[in-house]
Design a protein around this ligand. Structure first.
Ligand code: GLN
Length: 473
């Protein structure tokens, strides 16, 4: 069995027992990439020599010593490309520094290895918005892997990586993890430094791991979290040992079931798998409690005002002067800005910039942006009230299993609606995880379904505890 299909926990044991070396792991991962990346398209690039050199120097006494981790192509790793799945950054940009999350990984001994495909600037939920290539779902190559961290999830699911990092603004770790059948967690906003993560919507973006098991997510969180002075929103709070959540029971824990999340319109197979998962949690001693999150219906529209507004400001830096693509056809400065952006950005990014600029413009600011901020507060308060009654909240991660490639391509609104269950946790800044909970039949295929577990602020521990108990059962 290839080492790329192992968990971090088991690789670490074998490394410490001297059965294998860090070079063996990198070599197996590289072989899996050589063999399968042409069909799955998870990676945009990888530098094997660099990874070998770093693996050979890896300090095995460190907790992640010798473990290669695939990186979504929107986090800076010194000397490597950081394309964000965009033509804008595909030429002329090499990262001059390590992102905060990468520094943390390195100080725990891990080796960043490979750059993973994504929707352009993380805008999308199929990875089809990448300007640099298609990623396919390892469970059915005719289907999307989800997005925007589609490369990160497909790599883990297809055993082209042991574990990866993704980023989640409105569901981009959890939804691809759900559609590919792996574990993905978006921690509390501020838990992991955003320094060096190319910003999409700064008040929502959060980095997190995608792994094969809940335990591996806990292990990675231990070393990714923590204050970084270079990100003013990163939280100066204690980082517990998240692996203490592993192997515990969940007797007496109260599991909130939001009535607004169990609605018609959800794929029948998804609904059945999630209901069976709730029964399973009950059989493990958890107590289901019906709750209400009354502002769920405005979540998607609130997000699609706030996220584009922030994106339109964040993406202003791509002006053809400082970063990336530069038009050669322009005759004057204004044309230079306009043509560089026209040529560098793809259609979804342009749509978001237009939306964002519109809702921030004078005359519309109060009607859209300010109103969305008020709605965001109401959504956060819904959760505060619900968490007076329950310890975690459980729901489907995505209303459907993986779609066929191209199915949502000409219907951005339908694509936006797919984010209905993941967006609220970002708007409220809460930790949320997705883990596999069975399959749904679609076109004769059994496709993975994800169970979402949302926690109280900074209570990743309980989220992981419930997830691990379910996974083990
Ligand atoms: N699908 C959502 C969007 O397109 C979320 C993306 C993300 O979390 N980066 O904005």
């Amino acid at each position: 069995m290839s080492l790329a299909s192992s968990t971090i926990a088991s690789l670490r044991q074998r490394l410490l027992a001297k059965e294998i070396s860090p070079r063996d792991i990198v070599s197996d991962v590289a072989q899996a990439i050589e063999k399968q990346n042409a069909s799955i398209g998870a990676y945009l690039s990888w530098d094997l020599e660099k990874a070998f050199a770093e693996a050979e120097k890896a300090d095995l006494s460190l907790p992640l010593g010798g473990i290669p981790i695939g990186i979504k192509d929107n986090m800076n790793v010194t000397g490597e490309p950081c394309t964000c799945g965009s033509k804008m950054l595909a030429e002329n940009y090499t990262a001059p520094y390590d992102a905060g999350a990468i520094t943390k990984l390195r100080s725990a001994g891990a080796v960043p290895f490979g750059r993973l495909n994504m929707d352009e600037f993380a805008m999308g939920s199929t990875t089809e918005n990448s300007a640099l290539g298609l990623t396919r779902n390892p469970h059915d190559l005719e289907r999307v892997p989800g997005g925007s961290s589609g490369g990160s999830a497909a790599a883990v699911a297809g055993d082209l990586a042991v574990a990866t990092l993704g980023s989640d603004t409105g569901g981009s770790i959890r939804q691809p993890a759900a559609l590919c059948g792996c574990v993905g967690i978006k921690p509390t906003y501020g838990r992991i430094s955003r320094f060096g993560l190319v910003a999409f919507a700064s008040s929502l973006d959060q980095i997190g791991p995608i792994t094969k098991t809940v335990e591996d997510s806990a292990l990675l969180l231990n070393h990714l979290c923590g204050k970084d002075a270079r990100d003013s929103t990163s939280l100066d709070v204690d980082v517990p040992d998240f692996t203490a959540a592993i192997g515990r029971d969940i007797k007496g824990l109260r599991i909130g079931l939001p009535k607004e999340y169990f609605i018609s319109g959800i794929h029948a197979g998804v609904s059945a798998a999630v209901k069976a998962a709730i029964k399973k949690l009950e059989s493990l001693g958890a107590i289901p409690v019906e709750i209400s999150l009354p502002h769920t219906d405005v979540g998607v529209s609130t997000y699609y005002i706030i996220a584009p507004a922030e994106a339109s400001a964040n993406l202003a830096r791509f002006d053809g002067v400082r970063y990336g693509h530069r038009s050669t056809a322009a005759n004057d400065l204004l044309e230079h800005y306009m043509m560089s952006r026209e040529e560098g950005f793809g259609p979804e990014v342009k749509r978001r910039i237009l939306l964002g600029t519109y809702v921030l413009s004078s005359g519309y600011y109060d009607a859209y942006y300010l109103k969305a901020q008020r709605a965001r507060t109401l959504i956060r308060q819904d959760f505060e009230k619900a968490f007076e009654q329950v310890d975690v909240i459980v729901s489907p991660t995505s209303p459907t299993p993986a779609h066929k490639l191209g199915a949502l391509k000409d219907n951005p609104l339908a694509a936006y609606l797919e984010d209905i269950f993941t967006i609220p946790a970002n708007l409220a800044g809460l930790p949320a995880l997705s883990l596999p909970c069975g399959t749904a039949d679609e076109g004769g295929k059994a496709l993975p379904v994800g169970l979402q577990i949302i926690g109280k602020p900074l209570d990743e521990m309980t989220v992981l505890r419930v997830a691990d108990a379910f996974e083990k059962a």
